[in-house]
Ligand binder design. Structure first.
Ligand code: RB5
Length: 148
């Protein structure tokens, strides 16, 4: 798969570790920055990754900031994005299986490197289950339309 990745200054170091790991797992990575550790604004990177995923340039995305929250809130403002913050592997699997999350987010100040790698693997290995879950995803899309 093609994976879009983006982060803010709090997560640059972890981003590089995750990029290498995702490549080891056999995926292609598209890096949307930041590649610096100087202070920047996470909405910019959430938007870049969100737009790439919705446009189909990437199959899914990974976003990392200090907590994973700010950057996921930003990405979720892009129509069609379902970004989910995960701090454990079970949630990472379920956001794919049930919520068809097209972006996973986590916090470089919250999870350690090994857990972050396990979260990414759990998410990438999982598949959307469809069925009743699709009905709920359709409801979310309708909600997006109503509020457009
Ligand atoms: C940056 O200091 C920090 O606010 C950001 O990385 C993130 O945690 C926001 O949600």
């Amino acid at each position: 798969m093609k994976i879009a990745i983006g982060n803010d200054h709090a997560a640059t170091e972890l981003k590089y570790v995750i990029m290498e790991y995702v490549k080891e797992l056999g995926h292609e990575v598209i890096n949307f920055g930041t590649d610096h550790t100087r202070s920047c604004h996470y909405p910019e990177f959430g938007e870049r990754v969100g737009r790439a995923v919705v446009a189909g340039e990437a199959d899914c995305g990974i976003l990392i900031c200090g907590t994973g929250v700010g950057i996921s809130i930003a990405a979720n403002k892009i129509k069609g994005v379902r970004a989910a913050v995960c701090s454990d592997c079970t949630t990472a699997r379920l956001v794919r299986e049930h919520n068809d999350a097209n972006i996973i987010a986590f916090g470089a100040r919250i999870v350690g490197t090994e857990l972050a790698k396990d979260i990414v693997k759990a998410y990438l290995d999982a598949e959307f289950l469809g069925g009743r879950h699709q009905t709920r995803i359709d409801m979310i899309s309708e909600l997006e339309e109503k509020n457009a």
